[in-house]
Ligand binder design. Structure first.
Ligand code: ATP
Ligand code: MG
Length: 450
């Protein structure tokens, strides 16, 4: 892969999360490549690629099931020509930054944290570490490159990312990086709700949801991501309910099961839904022509989701699933009609809904008898699903054998840094000393060391 770019005369490095994870002994989720080739040039080198543009243009190169993100060197510096300026909103937030950088060093400076800016040059098998990221990896510290306040102003999502990496890696956030967060986190409300939805999913659904929740609460950021829950936040039952649910989805992730956003939102917003239902019910009692429980649920749900949608754009399909799971919470109390029971047990989200119900029952003991009633239906449904999954996996395997993954299997070998300082294997001693001295001087100038 990197070979392809180099043969075409371009520089190419592995960078970001994959190097960070490999160096800390974790399996990387995906691979990011940084190059001096423009997206269009990358596109020309790989026929199996496509340009996608979110906030900036990048190129996706597809190998079977894996996608490698190839990003062109970018720069954080103001260019000389006005016409090429970074576009910022009135508040200093970066709207677009498609300003290409000259080299990896310039590219490193626009990345977020030191541990995310370590480059691996396959040609010379060496790590290039402009911002002492390896030092921070060893100390287990999340530290912003440059002035944190300025970097949060450019992109408030970096505040979420700081907490996310702290949760995921079990690192601490350096004092200077943590300090502006409480004061600036309201800026997250200006970030597009589509991007916020993605970021919140990454916080909660990828194996460190519980730790993310604790950190968000500690920083007062949870209240920003999920507005209107203030009245429940100090309630120990709410806390335990959310923590228990997140812990169980972290376990699912470790068991290689997928975690879905509708579960997350159905759990966190549950008390809001419940209190909207009670409000409507109280209103209902005073009316002559009363509406059914199901109609009340159908009224309460959109109101709750609409409010949340301002912060995190909930796609329609997911909103529909949340509605079904909430509606199931009410239907589970209906166990007398055998036809109803059969219909509920065959619903698509029956198991997901029951997972939530079971967690609720830990904190609402009167639900226990209903859990006992539904449990056998759940077991049966789980068995059927696992049979279907096995059949599908077999089919998948057959298909995959046809896709050649030969080139992709040449995974890079990253040197082991644990306990050794020999990370720049090809450097002379003097070069290494010089690089470390520069990193140290930079750290000192930014008041990084305690
Ligand atoms: P993950 O394991 O979650 O994929 P990652 O570090 O790879 O973590 P990505 O969102 O895939 O995170 O981003 C890849 C790299 O791009 C990061 O490591 C970082 O160097 C840079 N980056 C991503 N988002 C930002 C941002 N908002 N500001 C600055 N740099 C960023
Ligand atoms: Mg990544």
């Amino acid at each position: 892969m990197l070979e392809g770019l180099r043969r075409a005369g371009y520089q190419a490095y592995l960078v970001g999360g994959c190097i960070r994870d490999l160096l800390s002994g974790k399996k990387p989720k995906d691979f990011d490549v940084s190059t001096n080739a423009t997206p269009e040039q990358v596109r020309r080198v790989f026929s199996n690629s496509r340009i996608i543009g979110r906030r900036f243009k990048i190129c996706h190169v597809v190998f079977g099931r894996e996608i490698i993100e190839v990003t062109t060197f970018r720069s954080n510096q103001e260019p000389k020509h006005d016409s090429f300026k970074h576009q910022t909103s009135g508040t200093g937030m970066l709207v677009r930054d498609n300003i290409y950088g000259k080299n990896a060093e310039e590219d490193a400076a626009r990345r977020d944290f030191t541990i995310n800016a370590i480059y691996y040059d396959l040609k010379n098998s060496e790590l290039i570490d402009f911002h002492a990221g390896i030092y921070d990896l060893k100390r287990k510290v999340i530290d912003m490159i440059g002035d944190p306040q300025k970097r949060y102003l450019e992109d408030p999502v970096r505040m979420i990312r700081a907490l996310r990496f702290a949760a995921k890696l079990g690192f601490t956030i350096s004092k200077r990086t943590a300090e502006p967060i409480r004061r600036m986190e309201h800026l997250l409300l200006q970030v597009s709700n589509a991007r916020m939805f993605e970021e919140v999913n990454k916080l909660f659904l990828t194996g460190h949801g519980l730790e993310s929740y604790r950190l968000l609460r500690q920083y007062g950021m949870f209240e920003i991501l999920f507005g209107g829950l203030e009245q429940f936040l100090d309630n120990p039952a709410f806390n335990s309910f959310v923590e228990y649910a997140l812990q169980s989805s972290d376990e699912r992730y470790r068991d290689q099961k997928r975690n879905m956003p509708h579960f997350l939102y159905a759990v966190i917003l549950w008390p809001k839904f419940q209190s909207a239902v009670s409000r409507l019910m109280a209103l209902n009692d005073t009316k002559a022509d009363r509406v059914s429980m199901r109609e009340i649920a159908d009224l309460a749900c959109p109101a709750v989701l609409k409010e949340q949608n301002h912060i995190t754009a909930i796609p329609m399909g997911i909103a529909e699933s949340i509605r079904s799971m909430w509606s199931l919470q009410l239907q589970f109390l209906d166990i007398d009609d055998p036809d109803e029971v059969a219909s509920i047990a065959s619903k698509q989200l029956f198991r997901g809904g029951f997972d939530i119900f079971r967690i609720r029952a830990r904190f609402e003991p009167y639900l226990k008898r209903y859990v006992d009633f539904w449990q056998p239906y759940y077991d049966q449904s789980a068995q059927n699903a696992s049979r279907r999954r096995e059949a599908m996996e077999k089919e998948d395997e057959r298909r995959n054998e046809r896709v050649s993954k030969a080139e992709f299997s040449k995974r890079p070998q990253i040197p082991d840094i644990s306990g050794s300082n020999e990370v720049f294997s090809d450097d002379t001693d003097a070069e290494r000393q010089d690089r470390l001295a520069r990193a140290r001087a930079w750290r000192a100038s930014m008041h990084l060391d305690p």
